[in-house]
Ligand binder design. Structure first.
Ligand SMILES: Cc1ncc(C[n+]2csc(CCOP(=O)(O)OP(=O)(O)O)c2C)c(N)n1
Ligand code: SF4
Ligand SMILES: [Mg+2]
Length: 326
């Protein structure tokens, strides 16, 4: 008779003092000083513990972390193509299910975690991620969002904000605001199109205990889960390396980032300020927005105001797409 597949049950962490001391993302890698995605890896690794398998699609967190026979990951970790992390996670999960049922693997199902960049999750990696969600594999897909294709030189991605100066959207005479498009809404794409998904969350480096608990919650759910994590990138967003947490916090204070959980149709929000600061305060922290005029910033404010009125709902974009003007 087939054996039942036992899954792990990770405890909620009550305070920062109860966060595990053990490091599973260890020093010695080559990411930039103040790298948000590297801090994200460290926190997620503390949440999962060592009985885990991580998949890393091509991006900064693969290239800057690994070199021949050397990596900072103290658990099994595998590079995937930027296009196929969801497919690789699906195959690993399916293989463990078979091995456990046949009695060939005695342990519980390991935590299977994809750590995808924004490109490797919601753009180039979208089809494989969506397939994993659609088929209902028991794995957690984390999108560490540094709002660009950072590893290939801070190129624009669908998560780069309106007005960002990236190497593919430089501001100039023809297009003074730099990037003209507003970003995709990644969690809503997962929620809206994948009936097998029961848990989706957003998290911020400014609230590490909340982040760790969301990772644990996602892993405790049997089935596919998705967490979108805001990860400031000093090199791409152009701020000093000691300001990563300050930038993350300012995003929450201005409404540029909202922490929430979605569980089987119900939303709960965390860390919402009594009154939001103007988005200009956030934009001032980063040189990538330095070229913007008051008119551009007003467009961003209008977009954020509309989003905050109905978080989780699609909002009309306050600017026309470039094709509309042709
Ligand atoms: C199919 C394919 N297209 C393009 C690339 C080149 N490439 C390597 S890393 C990368 C950037 C990845 O961006 P993201 O997923 O956001 O991760 P980040 O580098 O920002 O951490 C790109 C475009 C590739 N490796 N494979
Ligand atoms: S470019 Fe950004 S994401 Fe990449 S290693 Fe540097 S700080 Fe980290
Ligand atoms: Mg990226």
């Amino acid at each position: 008779m087939a054996k039942a597949v036992e899954t792990q049950n990770l405890e909620r962490v009550k305070s920062v003092r109860r966060v595990p001391q053990e490091e599973y993302y260890v020093p010695g890698h080559r990411t930039c000083q103040g790298c948000g995605p590297a801090l994200c890896y460290k926190l997620v690794s503390k949440a999962t513990g060592p009985d885990s398998i991580f998949l890393g699609p091509t991006g900064c967190m693969y290239v800057a972390n690994t070199s021949y026979l050397c990596s900072p990951f103290a658990y099994p970790w595998m590079h995937t193509q930027i296009t196929n992390a969801g497919a690789v996670a699906s195959g690993i999960e399916a293989a463990y299910q078979v091995l456990i049922r046949k009695g060939k693997y005695k342990g519980k199902l390991p935590n299977i975690v994809v750590m995808g960049g924004d490109g490797g999750s919601i753009d180039i990696g979208l089809q494989a991620m969506s397939g994993m969600m659609y088929r209902g594999h028991d794995a957690l897909f984390i999108m560490y969002d540094n709002e660009s294709y950072a590893n290939t030189g801070i190129q624009t991605s669908p998560m780069s904000p309106y007005g960002a100066n990236t190497t593919f959207t430089p501001p100039g005479k023809a297009i003074p605001e730099g990037k003209v498009l507003f970003p995709k809404d990644a969690p809503q794409m997962v929620i809206g199109g994948h009936p097998a998904v029961k848990y989706v969350a957003t998290a911020s480096l400014a609230y590490p205990v909340d982040l760790i608990n969301k990772v644990r919650k996602g892993l405790n759910v049997v089935g596919p889960t998705f967490i979108h994590i805001h990860c400031p990138c000093p090199k791409g967003w152009l701020f000093d390396a000691d300001k990563t947490i300050k930038v993350a916090k300012m995003a929450i204070e201005t409404g540029m980032w909202v922490n929430y959980e979605w569980e089987e149709g119900e939303y709960t929000y965390q860390h919402t300020p009594k009154e939001y600061k103007p988005v200009k305060e956030y934009m001032k922290t980063q040189e990538r927005f330095a070229h913007l005029t008051d008119e551009h910033i007003a467009k961003m404010q209008a977009f954020i105001d509309a989003k905050l009125k109905a978080p989780g709902k699609p909002v009309p974009l306050p600017v026309q797409s470039p094709r509309e003007s042709v």
